[in-house]
Unconditional design. Structure first.
Length: 300
């Protein structure tokens, strides 16, 4: 293993740039939840890539945005400190939106801080080759970059080229995690995230942004069956009937889809029970945020 290399790579960018999709694609497992909504990712999540000559720990982060409540403050602290101690960073640009002054500011801040930055120009399948070329040309004026790679995270296009560029930046020789491990998060955390993902995909309008999930029980029987009891937390009383749906149809659909994902992830039978609770304005309540795993005093 003389040529073995490892390292930590922060995955950064604005909301909805495709960071979680990219980490899942690179790792080859569902590590982070995804949806079309911005600010889906709230915590810092490690996705661990292994092959014969390397181990890369990708750190998925919330999108860089202006916070509006204490949860937003937690997310921004998580994102802004993610690159600390990392070997390098991948910064994602959304092809459809192009590169703007905010992206340039974020990139410059990383480069000025001594971080090696590789740009992934994502969602290249959504626009013309000419438009992609225009973004790449504009990025030529940004100094200090190690590489710029156009990719499609959702289709896996050019992600092998991105991996090749990232591997050039690895300098460590330590295997930090066992080869069979693909994330640092436990199944209790993954269960809460999977349930939240389904609420985000199935519910409309602003309700999903006020949704949190608390796992009140996660246990495994002797026969291997996993029992999970979860509470979906919404911040307004008017949201509860929306989450429940007519005759409980929506909450049943959320639970069914979440259970299917969890059974595929664990390879075990799952009994999932989901309730809905109202906790007014929980996104600005530090005690409730800590209870749900969002602690501003910790670098998640």
């Amino acid at each position: 293993m003389t040529d073995f290399r490892s390292g930590f790579i922060a995955v950064l960018g604005k909301p909805n740039a495709g960071k979680s999709t990219l980490v899942n694609t690179l790792v080859g497992e569902k590590v982070a939840i995804v949806s079309w909504r911005p600010q889906t990712t709230r915590n810092k999540i490690m996705g661990i890539y292994n092959d014969d000559d390397s181990q890369i720990i990708f750190i998925d982060t919330p999108g860089l945005h202006k916070p509006r409540n204490n949860l937003g403050e937690f997310m921004m602290k998580t994102a802004s400190t993610a690159a600390e101690g990392c070997d390098a960073a991948i910064y994602l640009i959304d092809c459809e939106k192009g590169i703007d002054d905010t992206d340039k500011f974020n990139i410059k801040k990383l480069v000025d801080g001594g971080i090696k930055v590789t740009i992934a120009v994502n969602k290249m399948e959504q626009i013309t080759k000419e438009a992609v070329f225009g973004i790449l040309t504009e990025l030529n004026s940004v100094s200090g970059l190690t590489a710029v790679v156009p990719i499609s995270a959702i289709k896996g296009k050019n992600t092998d080229k991105l991996l090749k560029e990232v591997k050039k930046l690895l300098t460590d020789t330590t295997m930090y995690y066992p080869k069979e491990m693909f994330t640092d998060k436990n199944m209790r955390f993954m269960a809460s995230e999977i349930i939240r993902e389904k609420t985000m995909r199935l519910l409309d309008k602003e309700v999903p942004y006020g949704i949190g999930v608390e796992i009140s029980e996660y246990s495994e029987r002797e026969n291997g069956i996993i029992d999970i009891h979860a509470d979906i937390i919404c911040e307004k009383a008017a949201h509860k009937p929306i989450v429940l749906g007519k005759g409980g149809a929506m909450i049943k659909k959320i639970a069914t889809y979440a259970r299917q994902d969890l059974e595929e992830m664990t390879g075990q039978k799952v009994f999932l029970t989901v309730f809905v609770k109202v906790k007014e304005d929980w996104r600005s309540d530090d005690n409730l945020l800590r209870m749900l795993g969002y602690d501003l005093n910790k670098n998640s």
